[in-house]
Ligand binder design. Structure first.
Ligand code: ADP
Ligand code: ASP
Ligand code: MG
Length: 418
């Protein structure tokens, strides 16, 4: 059994879906295909959600645009009597119905009920296209299989129930080819959940773990894992091999190419991850394994954008490192704030966190009696793994450095955004 994952960048138009079918047709093993929403559909659904929550009527136009986008792909791929059109129409009607009748409750909860539709539409279309091109498959609604807790927008998988479900549903005796959604799940009570943005990678890794897959392939719009995001540093080079350790450090530091939670389930079962070009499927790509054979290490550059640097100073001048640290971190967790960098001294602690104002305001309300907080917004974290002087110069030249951290292998800079 192998697991393939296709992201929105690969399936963004009819040609992308034809290409996907070509790649899947060439596969001889049992296969689970995990797909995320087409193109930028998740972003577009976020806009529907926001306008709907604000009682703005424009949500209908935003949804109509998403419908037109899917409909044009359907028109291009299928004959007019293909039942997929009805399935897509029905699913859009379900969502419209929800938007006209549902009481608006918690934002994160509503997010998952609405935004999760993107993956349903993409997989319905891809599954049917595979069927008509001779790749018979079973379409599976992962919301009934991958069971999570109720931490909406960042749900945690309930492992024992999910593993039983996954083994039962993705049984090679039922089919050699399954098509399912990444990123989404469901609660025991039947609500939809999501695993956080870019979470399809994580879904693919979870399924691979549970099914003891031989390997996982992420088909991407890049030739593999590169030593930087090519949109940032166009001279980025492909890395032939990488260790799980390196990959987890890279993704945690902010490399947007793979969701950070992806590596653990693969490492735990020693399952190799290939990252390959969707455009040039025969090219080698990158393989992520426990012990890479290629030892040549070049600097890897990672940028984490949209950060806020906050210094907390206990007002009573007590040491930060004792109880204060535990207390602060339990509050970060409670408000869903992810800490990306920490630097502590005797009576202050600096943290870099994602700039999410609502969460930060809630945290501050809780803390302002005991702590003074000093903010720097509009900052980003630049990380270099396996740095050297030239690499440092390459990315820090002309930048205002607010904080620097160095270990033997890694250097990090918190810099003001240009
Ligand atoms: P998908 O939709 O398939 O999940 P993503 O857009 O999430 O694809 O990830 C692919 C993108 O990740 C690339 O287009 C590239 O710009 C970006 N990226 C960031 N860092 C890296 C890196 N180190 N190597 C390759 N791509 C990277
Ligand atoms: N469609 C989701 C997103 O855009 C999940 C994913 O692409 O992995 O975040
Ligand atoms: Mg992605």
């Amino acid at each position: 059994m192998r697991v393939f994952k296709f992201g929105g960048a690969s399936v963004k138009d009819a040609q992308g879906i034809r290409n996907l079918a070509g790649i899947v047709s060439g596969e001889k093993d049992d296969l689970v295909v995990v797909i995320s929403a087409f193109g930028k559909t998740t972003n577009a659904l976020e806009i529907v959600l926001r306008t709907w929550m604000n009682n703005e009527d424009s949500y209908k136009d935003h949804l109509e645009n998403i419908y037109d986008y899917h409909d044009s792909i359907v028109e291009e791929l299928f004959r007019s009597d293909n039942p997929v059109k009805i399935r897509i129409n029905n699913s859009f009607s379900d969502l419209k119905n929800h938007l006209t009748t549902a009481a608006k409750s918690d934002y994160d909860f509503e997010y998952d009920q609405i935004v999760s539709y993107g993956e349903i539409w993409s997989t319905l279309i891809v599954s049917e296209y595979l069927n008509i091109t001779g790749n018979n498959n079973i379409w599976t609604d992962i919301r009934k299989v991958l069971i999570t807790d109720e931490r909406y927008r960042d749900a945690n998988v309930i492992w024992d129930i999910t593993s039983d479900n996954v083994r039962r549903v993705f049984n090679p005796e039922s089919s050699q080819l399954f098509v399912t959604q990444g990123f989404i799940g469901g609660t025991l009570s039947g609500h939809y959940t999501t695993l956080s943005r870019e979470g399809s990678d994580y879904t693919a890794a979870l399924l691979a773990n549970i099914l003891d897959a031989e390997s996982v392939i992420f088909w991407k719009d890049v030739p593999g894992l590169l030593n930087a995001d090519p949109r940032w540093l166009p001279d980025a080079r492909r890395l032939e091999q990488m260790s799980y350790r390196e990959a987890v450090e890279m993704t945690f530091s902010g490399a947007k190419v793979i969701h950070p939670k992806t590596i653990k389930p693969l490492q735990n079962k020693n399952i190799p991850l290939y990252v390959k070009s969707f455009i040039a499927p025969l090219e080698e790509g990158t393989v992520v394994v426990a012990e890479p054979e290629v030892k040549r290490i070049i600097p890897v550059f990672i940028k984490k954008e949209n950060q806020m640097l906050i210094s907390f100073l206990p007002k009573d001048f007590s040491f930060v490192m004792g109880d204060n640290l535990a207390g602060l971190f339990s509050l970060f967790f409670r408000y869903g704030i992810k800490v990306n960098l920490v630097e502590a001294s005797a009576v202050s602690i600096d943290v870099c966190i994602d700039d999410e104002r609502l969460k930060i305001d809630a945290l501050m309300n809780n803390l302002h009696q005991e702590y003074t907080a000093i903010y720097n917004d509009n900052v980003e974290i630049l990380t270099i793994r396996h740095y050297n002087a030239e690499a440092v110069e390459h990315i820090t030249y002309g930048r205002e450095i607010l904080l620097e951290q160095r270990t033997r292998s890694t250097v990090r800079y918190v810099v003001r955004k240009l």
